[in-house]
Design a protein around this ligand. Structure first.
Ligand SMILES: Cc1cc2nc3c(=O)[nH]c(=O)nc-3n(C[C@H](O)[C@H](O)[C@H](O)COP(=O)(O)O)c2cc1C
Length: 198
């Protein structure tokens, strides 16, 4: 089910704007938050921008460790996504969202970061230090160093959202814990040129 994704195709994992779960670990502490705001900014090497607010505990761990993971949840993880995006690991320094909410995880292949079980894609990333963007816009630029995906819904470098894998469709945040799921796809075709306008 879990297959590695060629880094050339890693940006396609977030091309369609899914909600991601940002996981991070440093000094024996690990944490997880939801992020609706992420986007690819470079195909090769694969680079992604993600907004991580100053108020978040995750940001503290990312800055300390210099690494983070982007986990892409599916429909079945809507409650997990909303929950980890609604409570802070900072509120209770002893709390571990993974343990607290029974969220399974496994070690990332390149950096050993905690990756969330049940997601449909995973990327381990290194922070590209951009202090101005981080401070002014809460935007972190990261480079993907490993990518995995569930081949029931992403294979040969493409997402395949079908009725028979509906539980694996990605989440798109509408606000207040409501998500749209990636359900239907449409193939755009090149329009025939009608000739030059005058
Ligand atoms: C669906 C969803 C999407 C979110 N998107 C973002 C985001 O893009 N950037 C951000 O900084 N916070 C976002 N949040 C809020 C954080 O996930 C939230 O502040 C979280 O509790 C931070 O956890 P932490 O303090 O343990 O790191 C989102 C929350 C939800 C529920």
């Amino acid at each position: 089910m879990r297959q590695s994704v060629d880094l050339r195709h890693a940006c396609r994992l977030v091309n369609h704007g899914p909600t991601v779960l940002v996981s991070a670990e440093h000094g024996g502490r690990r944490n997880l938050m939801a992020a609706a705001w992420s986007m690819p900014v470079e195909f090769t090497p694969p680079r992604i921008a993600v907004v991580i607010d100053k108020s978040t505990y995750t940001r503290e761990l990312v800055l300390a460790a210099g690494t983070l993971a982007l986990n892409i949840p599916c429909r079945a993880l809507a409650d997990v996504s909303y929950t980890v995006g609604s409570v802070s690991g900072r509120d209770d320094p002893g709390a571990d969202k993974f343990a607290c909410y029974g969220i399974g995880h496994f070690d990332g292949p390149a950096l050993g970061l905690p990756l969330v079980e049940g997601c449909v894609a995973w990327m381990e990333c290194r922070r590209i230090p951009e202090p101005h963007a981080e401070q002014a816009y809460d935007t972190f630029y990261v480079e993907v160093v490993s990518a995995l995906a569930d081949d029931r819904v992403f294979s040969a470098g493409r997402w395949s959202f079908r009725p028979d894998n509906a539980e694996l469709h990605t989440l798109h945040h509408l606000g207040a814990g409501r998500f749209a799921v990636a359900a239907q796809t449409v193939q755009g075709r090149l329009l025939p040129a009608r000739g030059r306008g005058t």
